[in-house]
Design a protein around this ligand. Sequence first.
Ligand SMILES: [Zn+2]
Length: 102
Amino acid sequence: MNEKNFTHLQQVIQERWGSASGQKVTRYVGKFRNRERREEKITAVVEGNHGDYTVSIEAGETSAWSTCSCYIGKGGYCHHCAALGLTFLAEPTSFVLIEKVE
Ligand SMILES: [Zn+2]
């Protein structure tokens, strides 16, 4: 595990979503499956109101980028992205590290 990537990812997620709250967000926290992490990017799937959504968050140098396959999530501003961030903060080791294949 690359600890530097891991710590940085945690930091930017904490900064952006650490104080996210509200029922729309919390109902999805911990509900993600297929949790994966590749270096500074995490991806997981959650069941929403209209089927499964794929949500991902990637750490940029100073902030976090996110995207979701739901109809408002393209820019990363939906509650699924916030919920994924909070899920990672609560259960970081539940994300399976996928090593880069050389
Ligand atoms: Zn979404």
